[in-house]
Design a protein around this ligand. Structure first.
Ligand code: VTB
Length: 314
């Protein structure tokens, strides 16, 4: 294994601390301050690690965000070369409004093994490891995919749940799902966790689909690959500037359908600590003298593991 257990433990510590840094902002309607608090902690702590890291998925470009921008070099330069995807607060609205489902997220892979995703939208379709690779396809109609899923799992449409971001752009998909009598789990935000809900039957989500952030797609794929789930994505570009940026990042075929193994290769670690409680884990809980955090991690063909941590108040 190239990505050590020690690195994994450090990442758990970092996302725990960045989640804790957000704690004072839960329900304060200050999403920018919450994001800054988490980003500062994450950056400071990543810089202490024995790694030669580079941010491939970050908080915007250098000129847009001062912290954890794409291309930023992290670590003390003394360790392995790794690509880092950061999402210090996935679901800033949830923190601001004290709603369920926000988390602080990091994903890492060996250098060159994480797709450098532009800050644009991505159409995604995700299903669990019980579905044979190549069965469901982003290019099939909603009806075709539901029929295939139903045939493989022997579930009736009324027993199938599709998770999707509630957005006007999904009107047609939602109408079609309604017509098919499929259940829908709507997300107001946070499609990294939405996509991960297909990974375990206990979450009762069969398929995740629809358009969300491209960077969030890569981050989710890092976990889903380890969990042997299915993920396909295709970037969507709205403006000439989006296209330009993607081309400078090396994307040649703008209409390319990405399979999961083209988004993340080899070994990867995904690590996410709950800020506010959600489907996947509980949020930061403050006791008299300590914080309790819950972190989910995936590493090297492992299960989704939940780690509880106690961090003393300093
Ligand atoms: C997406 C989604 C994220 O924000 O980026 C979304 O992937 C923004 O989408 O998980 P809209 O432009 O439609 O609001 C999140 O939900 C949260 O960062």
């Amino acid at each position: 294994m190239k990505l050590s257990e020690q690195l994994l433990n450090s990442l758990i510590e970092i996302t725990s601390n960045s989640a804790i840094a957000c704690y004072p902002y839960i329900g304060k309607n200050e999403k920018i301050l919450a994001d800054k608090a988490a980003t500062d902690v994450m950056r400071h702590q990543l810089n202490k690690l024995d790694i030669n890291g580079k941010v491939v998925i970050g908080e915007g470009e250098l000129d847009e965000a001062p912290m954890l921008y794409i291309g930023e070099i992290l670590g003390n330069g003394k360790g392995p070369q790794i690509d880092i995807a950061v999402d210090p607060v996935e679901g800033t609205n949830f923190v601001a409004k004290n709603q369920p489902g926000s988390m602080s997220v990091l994903a890492v892979a060996e250098k060159g093994n994480l797709l450098n995703a532009p800050e644009t939208y991505m159409n995604k379709i995700v299903s669990g490891s019980h579905i044979p690779k190549g069965s469901i396809d982003i290019d099939f109609t909603v009806k075709e995919n539901i029929n295939i899923y139903s045939e493989i799992t022997k579930k009736k449409n009324s027993e199938i749940t599709v998770c999707i971001l509630e957005r006007p752009r999904h009107k047609e998909i939602i109408n079609e799902l309604n017509k098919l009598n499929v259940n829908i789990k709507f997300l107001t935000d946070g499609d990294v966790s939405g996509a991960l809900l297909v990974s375990d039957k206990k979450f009762n989500v069969d398929i995740f689909m629809g358009i969300g952030g491209g960077p969030e797609g890569v981050i989710a794929a890092a976990a889903l690959n380890t969990l042997n789930c299915n993920f396909q994505g295709r970037f969507l570009f709205k403006t000439a500037e989006d296209i330009n940026r993607a081309q400078t990042m090396g994307i040649k075929d703008l209409n390319k359908k990405y399979e999961i193994n083209e988004i993340v290769k080899g070994e990867s670690i995904f690590c996410a600590t709950g800020i506010t409680s959600g489907d996947l884990m509980n949020g930061v809980f403050k006791q008299k003298d300590k914080y309790i955090t819950e972190t989910i991690i995936t590493h090297n063909k492992s299960e989704l593991k939940l780690i509880k941590k106690e961090v003393s108040l300093t």
